[in-house]
Design a binder for this molecule. Sequence first.
Ligand code: FNR
Length: 191
Amino acid sequence: MTTTFKVGYFIGSLASASINRKLATALVRLAGPGFKMSEISFRDLPLYSYDYDEDYPAVARAFKQAIAEVDAVLFVTPEYNRALPGGLKNAIDWASRPWGENSFAHKPSAVIGASIGAIGTAVAQQNLRSVLSFCNSPQMNAPEAYIHFTPGLVTDEGEVTNEGTREFLANYMAEFHKFVARVYTTLPRGE
Ligand code: FNR
């Protein structure tokens, strides 16, 4: 029997026409019954400062609670200036604090992204991976997924129009499920 895991996904872009939002919609459609997917929004978080650590605002507490409630996290992100977008980094900083309450510790993760350029967010993903390493999140190493987003590749409804890409993304989600299962088989929650 397939174990069902809750996955919270972060969309690194705040743009209304985000191609990474389209990609995330496709991944939700392609996720098998072993995943229950929900978006974790970081749009309303203020800019982080450790001045907040004494008393996190309600929006930040709700954000950390949303991460606490999922078994794994998936980052679907663009590359901005050869790095992860500032808004996403700010959200990760909020989640990582206050000291000793890092929301990503032992929480399995995967990274994927779409770009209009051929490099397909490779540099941003390496950048994000080093941040997640410091945050002690076990990451799926492979398959990697650098999506070169051409016009119409994914519809607004999340339908992937290229058969090869559709198969690749379905396999990516299947591999992510196996990875999450492996992490929790090796190390049960809370240990
Ligand atoms: C970009 N873009 C971009 N693309 C890329 O492959 N490498 C990069 O370093 C950058 N840098 C960059 C900086 C900024 C500020 C913007 C707005 C854009 C182009 C990027 O791939 C394109 O705008 C995508 O549409 C961004 O994804 P979302 O936001 O639509 O999901």
